[in-house]
Design a protein around this ligand. Sequence first.
Ligand SMILES: Cc1cc2nc3c(=O)[nH]c(=O)nc-3n(C[C@H](O)[C@H](O)[C@H](O)COP(=O)(O)OP(=O)(O)OC[C@H]3O[C@@H](n4cnc5c(N)ncnc54)[C@H](O)[C@@H]3O)c2cc1C
Length: 506
Amino acid sequence: MGKKVYVEAANTLPVYDVCDILVVGGGAAGHSAAIAAARAGAKDIILMERYGYMGGDVTGGYVIMVPDLSWYEKSFVRGLQEEWFTRLKNIPGSVMAPTLDEIGSEDPALLHRWAPFIDCVSRGTYCAKGPNGEEIRRDTKRLVRAVFFEPNQLKIEMDKMLFEHRDAIRVLYHSWGTKPIMEGNEVKGVIFESKEGRKAILAKTVIDATGDGDLYCQTGAPFASLADGQCRSSTTAVVWRIGGIDWELFAEWRRLHPDQDQAMRARMIQIAGFRIGAIPSNANDICWMNNWHPNRDCTKIKDLTETEINTRITIREVLNYMKEACPLAFRNAYLYDIAPQLGTRCSRRLKGEYIITANDFAFASQFEDTIAWHSTICQINDCGPVEIPYRAILPQKIENLLAPGRHLSSDDVAIDWLNLIPQCVGTGQAAGVAAAVAAMDGTNVRNVDIKKVQDILIDQDVPLPRNPRVDPSYMECVEEHMYGLYTDLAKKARAEADGLKTFRQW
Ligand SMILES: Cc1cc2nc3c(=O)[nH]c(=O)nc-3n(C[C@H](O)[C@H](O)[C@H](O)COP(=O)(O)OP(=O)(O)OC[C@H]3O[C@@H](n4cnc5c(N)ncnc54)[C@H](O)[C@@H]3O)c2cc1C
């Protein structure tokens, strides 16, 4: 578009504020970074967000379920991610999920209870070492912790969390970070736009949690652009919700009428012109309509605009068709609401000091600088725990900058398993702790004492591998269930990793 240029005159900007840690973007990653930094002892934090609420894709994009928080009987994804739900469970009607006591259960009654809810029941096989070290494999299902939640309640809770740390965190809503302030290869702050005009904030560490690398892309740090066109990560969405339904009846109808279900799914896609599907929520009378507009880049105005319009103009027709195709569940259905913000899965990806690949999942790579050890949606390792190293949020060449969240450093396959909410929370939490340790020790985030960071993360309820301070039953669990696929399974996994691009669609 447009070859003409306008030369903007050089300008002096007022410095709005100065801080130790500036977090730009208040999504799952940015909010977690600010909270974790405060809890690690940092006292001088600014959290800047372009909209008027926290949560990004989660609360504004209505992405209202998190999958695979557990593996077998262990709850791997903990820390701030589990805290969201511990807090929300006290608010009636806010969360629905198998409890921590139930995970790993093979009880048929429980499996039946949770079968209508995507990802509450495992898809993989059971795998364990026998008494002589032999592999035991059998087809079985077990209960997994996936949580469905109410986005507006989470919005409130995220503000409450910030309010609890108001002595340490200054929140700036309606402020859009536009440009890093650089001195050579060092980030010194950020220029932002707001109703007050263009101003600067100076900071010792900047955490780019914009999800789209809005800041790191201007620093000279290497990064990749859009995810592979065949991955779900290169799709955009505008989620909308339907009220007045009966989800459990719908799930039962699907189970009893698989052909009609297939036909219904296909027709909905035909009507919309892009892939669209219903997903349960925390309430039986509400579902959310996930959608995938292919080959869209959420950093392009045209793609953003077309995603908004193309979704909204098809909503009524899709909904009318659903009422007609399955009156049992949708007879009284109505448009409940439309997410206030467009859903973005991936755009820019950092090429950081380490790039996570599919092989790291298949072979359970082990790192000295692991900051999160998460069960994930990845099926090449049966959703088993993968290690995320600190270097995956640390840019090459550039100082004083971290990049947690969905724009972290990974290849175009692994990003599909890493940009989920738990991994954004987990990497955000670690970024916050690292920035806090750097500020307190008078060093920068590249040279931070990673052992100290890991110790604080463990204190913040984040289990990490091979650490004597972590409950040994975590390591026992992964070893018992063939963690790392050390066996012949490894060969199969490698073949799959080489041959497959994507395994599950979200
Ligand atoms: C439709 C859809 C369905 C999905 N399904 C699931 C699912 O079922 N389960 C799951 O776990 N994950 C799912 N995901 C992925 C997951 O929701 C996201 O990857 C994750 O929430 C991203 O978190 P984040 O903090 O990295 O980025 P974001 O949520 O994008 O947060 C970035 C924040 O920064 C703000 N911001 C951006 N730029 C600027 C700027 N320049 N200045 C100031 N603020 C800025 C934004 O407003 C936002 O609040 C889905 C994603 C989509 C879109």
